[in-house]
Design a protein around this ligand. Structure first.
Ligand code: F6P
Length: 341
């Protein structure tokens, strides 16, 4: 079989390890041939591919990003559609696809599979919020990077007797904030799943300060304080007359400073969390998922994606990954909150 691989949506440390796992297993065990679609679904709807011989994946599992490039193109909405894609596949002699991506990618893969295309999925997000899999590769790396950065914020905060607010990624869920916050000994962790009032944040910050600590607040980008839902629409305009684009940390820091009288600084870690080399854990998980995806394609298990359950890699339907966010359970937040303040 000739199989096309694509990486789609936001990039994620470990994507190259998945590609290598697919290609090496697929060539060595089954003798399949591989090509890569460039820039995610864009390469699929435009028929833009490169060959992926064994030599092309040599040593890439430690590289950040994706050697195939990525985009947020949707194959169903942004041109193409199933019939155009089938045409490209026929013209290029490609029999099947392995789509590595998050919820949007897997939703598109499901629609295309229903239209007769042969696709196996590999779930991906640094946010770790896909319900169908216990952990997503990239999450461990993001937590590691965030923890290292927050440790650095702590020493500068302590030197200046400041409160430091660190914003990490997590639009819908607070997994990175919870883990990096716990690892770095944060005095408050704020996540989208849990409404917390500014009074409570103030209390935690003040308690830490009273004990002679430089208060450290770790906040997920999707958090909004209780009663401040509209805050994002009141950010005002920047120097160029455009809506101000600060993160939630930029909103929280002045509020904390006003309420506590403590000099407070905000840092938004942003895409640093997605770049660079994956941790060993993520490389292993990503490689195993890639190898399992090649097994699934060889078995003709179209419409399935591979997932981690416990320590096993299993196959599950695309539908299992869709519409259900894996949020931080109440108990996990309560557990970390014992240490706040
Ligand atoms: O979904 C992963 C994620 O990293 C989110 O946590 C974050 O909000 C988003 O991607 C950022 O995406 P972009 O690269 O489009 O700015």
């Amino acid at each position: 079989m000739k199989i096309g691989i694509l990486t789609s949506g936001g990039d994620c440390p470990g994507l190259n390890a998945v590609i290598r796992g697919v290609v090496l297993n697929g060539i060595k065990q089954y003798g399949h041939e591989f090509v890569g679609f460039l820039d995610g679904w864009r390469g699929v709807v435009e028929g833009d591919v490169i060959d992926l011989p064994r030599a092309s994946v040599r040593g890439i599992s430690k590289q950040g990003g994706t050697i195939l490039g990525t985009s947020r193109t949707n194959p169903c909405d942004d041109g193409g559609g199933p019939e155009a894609i089938k045409g490209h596949m026929r013209r290029l002699g490609i029999d099947a696809m392995i789509a590595i991506g998050g919820e949007g990618t897997l939703a598109a893969a499901k629609r295309l599979t229903e239209a007769g295309l042969r696709i196996v999925g590999v779930p991906k997000t640094i946010d770790n919020d896909l319900d169908a899999t216990d952990y997503t590769f990239g999450f461990d790396t993001a937590v590691q990077i965030a923890t290292e950065a927050i440790d650095r914020l702590r020493t500068t905060g302590e030197s200046h007797h400041r409160c430091m607010v660190a914003e990490v990624m997590g639009r819908h869920t607070g997994w990175i904030a919870l883990h990096a916050g716990m690892a770095s000994g944060a005095h408050a962790i704020l996540i989208p799943e849990r409404k917390v009032s500014m009074d409570q944040v103030t209390e935690w910050v003040t308690d830490a300060h009273k004990r002679g600590r430089a208060p450290l607040v770790v906040v997920a980008e999707g958090f909004m304080p209780e009663g401040a839902e509209a805050a994002h629409s009141h950010r005002g305009l920047d120097a160029f007359g455009r809506p101000r684009l600060g993160g939630i940390a930029d909103l929280l820091a002045p509020e904390i400073e006003a309420r506590t009288g403590l000099e407070t600084r905000a840092t938004v870690l942003g895409h640093i969390q997605r770049g660079g080399v994956p941790t060993a854990y993520d490389r292993v998980l990503a490689t195993r998922l890639g190898m399992a995806a090649a097994d699934a394609a060889h078995a003709g298990a179209w419409g399935t994606m591979v997932a981690l359950r416990g320590t096993d890699i299993v196959r599950t339907g695309f539908a299992d990954a869709l519409g259900k966010l894996k949020t931080v359970p109440e108990g996990r937040y309560e557990e970390s909150a014992v240490l706040f303040g």
